[in-house]
Design a protein around this ligand. Sequence first.
Ligand code: SP5
Ligand code: ZN
Length: 348
Amino acid sequence: MPVVWSPETRRHDPRHEVWVGVATPATEVAERVDAILSAVGGRELVEAEPHGVEALRSVHDPALLDFLATAHERWRAGEYAELVGQDRVTPYVFPTPAMTAGMPTRLPAALHGLAGVFGYDTMTLVGPGTWQAAVAAADCALTAVSLVKAGVPAAYALSRPPGHHATPAGYGGSCYLNNAALAAQALRDAGHDRVAVLDLDAHHGNGTQAIFWQRPDVLYGSLHVDPAAGWFPHVVGHPEETGGAAGAGATRNRPLPEGTGDDDWLAEVTDLVDWVDAAGCDALVVSLGVDAAAEDPESPLQVTAGGYADAGRLVGGLRLPSVVVQEGGYHLPSLGGLVAAYLDAHDA
Ligand code: SP5
Ligand code: ZN
């Protein structure tokens, strides 16, 4: 399948993330693009086409988009770097229900207050180039949809920063714009009646789940390390979450114990593939995180490259028009090989 990419995706390069109060080295780094390109670059390469900010409103609140588009300039104009030695927008107050307790609230006037209205963790910083890279990542996903609309059976979007933790009005988990959700919505807009999002990333895609929570026309299925065992996103991703209102039954979560390897992981992939098949979906988005790999520093799952290849065979066997969107995967030496293993098998 063709590879859609953009050099603009390299412009977001967080040096660190604030985790439990301290700056730790960033994991979602710009080198990921080149690690993947070096392994899949032998395929047909397509540069992403700009789709414009309006296209992002199909799944995101305009207030989030306005914030992300302007936040870093405002941080710079506010001389925060001089004040705190930090040139990346970093929230510190989060107006959760624990703070607001059902009272009427106003939007914070200060940028450092406003950041916690949209950003929901301290790990996901907005720096120079973050907005441009996030838009380029979304454009990769939307361009992959255009290829599928034109008759290509499947296309891969080398989207980065990743997207599946971005909610309608929130960013977090290294994600700013939900590339996979944008692709799923674009497939719906192209006339596909029922689209499935299959999320293979090691973490639960809380953002994608939130975007389609009440909708019967976009299924969301995910397997991931069990949040109940202490893993991000901590509060959602449990099996009892099956969708709300008209979306009841259109969400399926399969949390896995730490240490899960190929056999048990693939059993759940098979179960999700069968679910998508039985639901009569006519298009597919794969959130392809390869951080479930044994060598990945960000998850305790133990999947091998062979496991990702088997997953590609199972998912590709659905024979649905497919957009494969990159999510996580942080072990630079093996990252590209894991993606290539999946894509080769999906195509076979
Ligand atoms: C897209 C994706 O895979 N997002 C992952 C978000 C989960 N990040 C949780 C990070 C937990 C602490 N990691 C410490 C790393 C030290 N730099
Ligand atoms: Zn992940």
